[in-house]
Design a protein around this ligand. Structure first.
Ligand code: ZN
Length: 413
């Protein structure tokens, strides 16, 4: 059931109406809206989840929009739940402090600061730390830590209020939040307001080339309005008087892109920018056919995983899920997998335990359940943390349990 009709978007980058849909993942519930037991029989809003390629500027994006308040005001994903991610974010803070010579006089703003994991990294260096995040429920994680917090979306308007209260920032970071931005022009206005002269904006986000190469179609969900490649991102910032000065591919999750941006005329453009642009061109990121092939591979995974789970069920083998990330819900929703094929999912995050997956209503329980129950197979929904999970669950595997990974093709480890 569709909660409300959403007009397909014009390209959020160039405003062209030539956004061509290449994959329809169906009507799905919002990926982070886990349900309590008393909610699973009630009305659940579902929205079309379709992705398209702009024939005018090459930007890949969702073709339907959902109001941000419905996705970000109460947020169940916390960065510190993953040891790998926490370690990565602290390393990033060390690297940026060194590179930009940040000290006690400098203010760092993290947009979409979540539970403050990255800012806690900066705090170790004595840098002033401000988190901007609309999630009311996450504010408790930075209470009493010395990290300041602005519980709003980052926009041109909130940027003015931030400057009035906290001053200008030497560095602004956005890890895994830049793809959420619907109004890009207004967001960049906010950056220019909040950054001091010579200041830097650093983005880390999922990277379109990795998504295509790994058939990571489960990265597609309503929060992720954009699927950035460097080419369209460069055009965007140039139009707004800013320059990408450095870019690098980072091996976190299924691969990410890290980008450093300054005002035009500030900073020196590194050769890495041109190198990545050439690689994107060589991989066909500027051609629609690349995306239609990706869609065919996603449909094959859907078919194969469904067939595998059905045949395991027919043979009486028991399967459980590991990890209840937002991405898992795209996979479950697209495949139509519910509790009849996957009776439960274990997840380390206490915020999700005791709840049910949106749309598919599979219970989320504590990881200890795996050893108590010893299912024959564990389907890794958080497959981007495969090494961490397999290491933590060595005992399950020692007792004969097997892990199954869904992408880039269905396989048993
Ligand atoms: Zn466009």
């Amino acid at each position: 059931m569709n909660a409300q009709h959403h007009r397909p978007l014009a390209c959020i980058l160039c405003r062209s109406a030539e956004v061509e849909e290449f994959l329809d993942l169906g009507e799905t519930a919002l990926a982070n809206q886990f349900l309590r037991a008393d909610e699973i029989n009630g009305h659940e809003a579902k929205y079309p989840l379709r992705i398209g390629f702009c024939n005018a500027c090459g930007h890949v994006q969702l073709t339907d929009s959902v109001p941000p308040g419905e996705m970000f005001d109460n947020y169940l994903y916390i960065s510190s739940a993953s040891d790998t991610l926490k370690h990565h974010l602290w390393e990033l803070s060390d690297l940026l402090v060194r590179r930009y010579g940040l000290g006690t006089q400098d203010l760092v703003i993290d947009i979409g600061c979540n539970d403050g994991t990255l800012l806690k990294g900066f705090q170790r260096h004595g840098v002033r730390a401000l988190g901007v995040d609309p999630a009311q429920n996450l504010a408790v994680f930075t209470d009493g830590t010395g990290i300041e917090r602005c519980t709003r979306l980052f926009t041109s308007a909130s940027a003015k209020d931030i400057v009035a209260r906290w001053g200008h920032a030497s560095l602004i970071t956005a890890t895994n939040t830049f793809p959420h931005i619907q109004n890009l022009a207004d967001f960049i206005d906010g950056l220019k307001t909040a950054l001091k002269p010579g200041g830097v904006f650093v983005i880390e986000a999922h990277y379109l080339l990795d998504i295509i190469e790994q058939v990571a179609f489960d990265t597609i969900y309503h929060e992720h309005v954009s699927y950035w490649a460097l080419g369209p991102m460069k055009r965007l910032f140039e139009e707004h008087g800013m320059t990408i000065v450095d870019a690098e591919r980072v091996p976190l999750h299924h691969g990410q892109l890290r980008v450093h941006i300054q005002r035009q005329g500030e900073g020196t453009v590194q050769p890495s920018v041109e190198r990545i642009l050439l690689a994107e061109k060589a991989a066909g990121l500027e051609k629609l056919s690349t995306y239609t092939q990706f869609a065919e591979r996603a449909k094959k995974i859907k078919h194969d995983l469904h067939a595998t789970l059905r045949s395991l069920a027919d043979r009486g083998e028991r399967v459980a899920g590991y990890g209840a990330p937002a991405k898992g819900n795209t996979l479950l929703g697209f495949l139509g997998i519910g509790p009849e094929l996957l009776p439960y999912i274990v997840d380390k995050s206490p915020l999700k335990q005791g709840l049910y997956t949106p749309g598919t209503h599979i219970p989320v329980v504590r990881p200890e359940r795996l050893l108590a129950d010893q299912p024959d197979y564990v389907l890794l929904l958080a497959w981007n943390f495969v090494d961490e999970i397999v290491a933590q669950q060595a005992e399950y595997q020692k007792r004969g349990g097997k892990f199954m990974v869904p992408v880039p093709e269905v396989r048993v480890l």
